[in-house]
Ligand binder design. Structure first.
Ligand code: IYR
Length: 216
């Protein structure tokens, strides 16, 4: 163990930070129309390192972040995702689901998978590798990787870029395209970049504080 160093701030500083954090966070939107404008690899690396500060079960850090800018791989991912999505929209998703998605005007076509300069594909590691080749147990894998993704989404927004939580379903094609080992399963795909000039977002409400907080 070592001493924890806390950077104490006064109440006024904390209150004003909490307010400005809320205001900035309320501006975050999932964006589906991306510009092809490139983003430096160093920026993507810092965003991923920020995500990897997440807490995880027994600090096993059960995640792998694949960052793709190669246009050939992006094209492969788009083709495979659209094949699954087409099947999903036409046959797998029920009426209620399709109705719930209407405000978002989504469909099986996913041009953002090629337009965005980066795709970050987050893999969860169901287990790890021991040095002797055995399986290392991982704990609370979904919770841990979910938290890391939340930090990543926030970091992308706070630095002025946009993303979208894309979950092509099923998404096991990502393991093949990216040649991942069998202990890793695809968890979330995040295109990252700048919004297209005329990017549109749906007008959707968030729950009010009375709907979402219960004070005791
Ligand atoms: N995976 C599909 C469908 C989809 C499902 C939900 I729930 C969304 O919030 C948005 C889309 C797609 O990516 O279009």
């Amino acid at each position: 163990m070592k001493k924890y160093h806390h950077s104490f701030q006064n109440l006024g500083q904390i209150a004003s930070k909490a307010t400005s954090l809320l205001e900035t966070s309320q501006k975050r939107r999932s964006v589906r129309d991306f510009s092809t404008e490139p983003v430096d690899q160093q920026i993507i690396e810092n965003l991923i390192l920020t995500a990897a500060t997440a807490p995880s079960g027994a600090n096993m850090q059960p995640w792998t972040f694949c960052a793709v800018s190669d246009p050939v791989i992006k094209q492969k991912i788009r083709e495979a995702a659209e094949k699954e999505e087409k099947e999903g929209y036409q046959n797998r998703m029920n009426e209620e689901w399709l109705k719930d998605l209407e405000p978002f005007e989504t469909n099986w076509q996913k041009p953002f998978l090629e337009d965005a300069p980066w795709l970050i594909i987050v893999f969860k590691q169901s287990y790890g590798q021991k040095s002797d080749g055995g399986k290392k147990q991982h704990y609370y894998v979904n919770e841990s990787v979910g938290i890391a993704c939340g930090l990543l989404i926030n970091a992308i927004h706070q630095c002025g870029l946009v993303t979208l939580t894309h979950t092509p379903s099923p998404m096991n094609f990502l393991s093949q395209v990216l040649n991942r080992p069998s202990n890793e399963k695809p968890f979330l795909l995040l295109p990252v970049g700048y919004p297209a000039e005329n990017a549109m977002v749906p007008e959707i409400p968030k729950k009010t504080k009375d709907e979402l907080i219960v004070w005791y």
